[in-house]
Ligand binder design. Structure first.
Ligand code: SF4
Ligand code: MG
Length: 324
């Protein structure tokens, strides 16, 4: 079927303020990323902090203006749509952030927080009243929550409130930026299950941004791995976890704790730090840290190629193991 959102060759560059007037310094936060999400599907976007995944999330919802590329949402090109025309689009595309404590206003009661999207959309009072109670029920909170303030809730409950607010106008896409990273491990699974239940019930799509392949395993249909502003691998979940083909994906996966019997992959610790996105390394951007790096990697950038059906990799030695 039709993709709900289709992103083509997206670039987001920021001036650092440094450099010279003729050659200003630019951060290549996102450097030519394409992706698509079908209705009812979850695409996870994974990588270390600084890889550009949160920048993509913000560019899709147009909190940031893309430098180049196109974003087609529900058949409409929204790349350069003016701020005013964005309102109806934003109703269909919502965001849930990492830290619910800072995304929920501390001075507002839950009733007000949850009513806001409907008030802005000019719903009548009775409908808003009914919808707020319905939303609380969807996310597993008691109706008495309406009279309370965010600080009276646990982290997991606060994230449920943020999810309820995102659901208010029945969006088609919810962009979740590290939605469980601030939560205790025991609570993470509950919030993930809630997101999955919501998807089953309402057919929403998710872009699920995370640094943690362990978290993503339980929620994604497909996984895209990013490194320094580029997508280096993308595959259906099972393929990615069973046969990771990019050395970076293999290294990330080797760090995910697993039950001992399954833990056949020896942990590979990457050397060095993430290079600066102001002047990314020539050739393959991963070559400064890759255990398999050869001369060709330093000279020629590997294109993203489809190696198997729906499994794309950007590596000259795709499929070779870093475990030796
Ligand atoms: Fe490593 Fe070379 Fe593949 Fe880059 S192209 S990931 S440096 S083997
Ligand atoms: Mg981030």
């Amino acid at each position: 079927g039709e993709d709900l959102i289709k992103v083509k060759d997206l670039k987001v560059h920021f001036p650092t303020g440094g450099g010279t007037r003729r050659a200003p310094e630019v951060v290549h936060a996102v450097d030519g990323v394409s992706m698509a999400i079908a209705p009812g599907e979850t695409l996870a976007l994974v990588g270390e902090s600084g890889c550009g995944k949160s920048t993509i999330a913000r560019a899709l919802i147009r909190l940031l203006q893309p430098t180049a590329g196109t974003i087609i949402f529900a058949g409409q090109d929204i790349t350069r749509v003016a701020e005013r025309a964005l309102r109806p689009i934003r109703a269909e595309m919502q965001m849930v952030f990492q830290d619910p404590a800072s995304s929920l206003s501390p001075r507002m009661r839950v009733e007000t927080i949850l009513s806001e999207p409907m008030r802005l959309a000019k719903w009548n009072r009775d409908d808003i009243h009914r919808r707020v109670r319905e939303l609380l029920e969807f996310v597993g909170l008691n109706e008495t929550a309406v009279a309370r303030y965010p600080h009276e809730f646990s982290g997991g409950q606060k994230q449920r409130i943020a999810i309820a607010r995102a659901l208010a106008l029945s969006p088609k896409l919810i962009i979740c930026d590290e939605p469980v990273s601030a939560l205790d491990v025991s609570v993470q699974a509950q919030v993930i299950n809630l997101l999955k239940d919501i998807q089953k019930q309402f057919g929403v799509s998710y872009l699920f941004v995370s640094h943690d392949l362990g978290v993503v395993r339980n929620v994604a249909h497909r996984v895209a791995v990013m490194y320094l502003g580029k997508k280096v691998e993308e595959a259906p979940r099972a393929n990615l976890y069973e046969r990771p083909m990019h050395p970076y994906t293999q290294a990330l996966l080797s760090a995910v704790p697993r039950p001992r019997v399954h833990n056949r992959v020896k942990r590979v610790v990457l050397k060095g730090d993430l290079p600066s996105p102001v002047s990314p390394p020539a050739g393959c951007r991963f070559h400064t840290r890759c255990p398999l790096a050869a001369d060709v990697c330093r000279q020629t950038e590997p294109p993203l190629r489809e190696i198997e059906s729906r499994h794309s990799v950007a590596c000259h030695f795709a499929g070779q193991s870093i475990a030796g």
